[in-house]
Design a protein around this ligand. Structure first.
Ligand code: MN
Length: 244
């Protein structure tokens, strides 16, 4: 029986990604759904994308686009670097892309272009950050919300176990799917080092950009595998942790 694994934020940590894939040991028929934020933070953003393209040859893969991937792509397409991007790990991505050939650049851009804003399958949704429309992602006002929204998760955090599903005030957004898988908001913000489940939302961003790990979770059994603390794999680097 083929399995599906969902993988949270990576942020340039090739070593962490290879570690977690090595621990999952996917079989040929298994499927990998990546929730975005492949770049920005640790020093191997470009190499993460190369490795994802390689995994794509070996397995059935789905790649969702994160806010950091969107920023990086804008710059790669010729825009001047967004100042916010530079403050949030963009510099490391720019450095990793230094000296890339025109042919490799085209290959990478084609890969960014293929990343999905969200992916829906039956009663499951996979999206980097969230969505806001009560009738679902297809009705969303701005694609930016798929990359940036934090209200879905913050809502799930407060509603969980406090408001019954039958209540008139239960958020309509949370009734659209059986399960919603997201990244974007590190669980380490809440002092949690493993994937978090609130209402029907599963947050698989376990803070790889900061002091946390990369996580992969089986979407059916909810078993999960993690890299080591990414910072330990990149001694001397700061990732997206603030300078002291
Ligand atoms: Mn992120």
């Amino acid at each position: 029986m083929a399995r599906t694994f969902v993988i949270g934020d990576i942020h340039g940590a090739l070593k962490g990604l290879q570690q977690v894939i090595g621990r999952v040991r996917p079989k040929k028929d298994d499927r990998l759904i990546f929730l975005g934020d492949y770049v920005d933070g640790w020093s191997q953003s470009r190499q993460v994308i190369d490795y994802l393209m390689q995994l794509d040859q070996q397995y059935s893969c789905i790649f969702i686009k994160g806010n950091h991937d969107a920023w990086c792509e804008e710059w790669m397409r010729g825009d001047s670097p967004n100042p916010d991007w530079l403050l949030h790990g963009g510099l490391a991505s720019m450095q990793s892309y230094t000296g890339i050939s025109a042919a490799d650049m085209r290959t990478h851009l084609a890969f960014y272009d293929r990343m999905l804003p969200y992916y829906e399958e039956g009663k499951r949704l996979f999206v980097h950050a969230g969505f806001t429309h009560m009738r679902g992602p297809a009705r969303e006002y701005s694609q930016m919300n798929f990359y940036w929204d934090r209200t879905l998760w913050e809502m799930a955090l407060v509603v969980d176990k406090h408001i019954p599903k039958e209540s008139l005030v239960y958020p309509k957004r949370l009734l659209l799917y059986d399960e919603i898988f997201i990244g974007h908001t590190p669980t380490t913000n809440y002092d949690v080092e493993v994937p978090m489940n609130k209402c029907n939302v599963w947050n698989v961003d376990t803070g790889a950009a900061f002091m946390g790990r990369i996580s992969a979770m089986d979407i059916d059994t909810k078993s999960f595998w993690q890299s080591d603390v990414v910072q330990l794999l990149y001694p001397g680097e700061r990732g997206r942790n603030r300078p002291v």
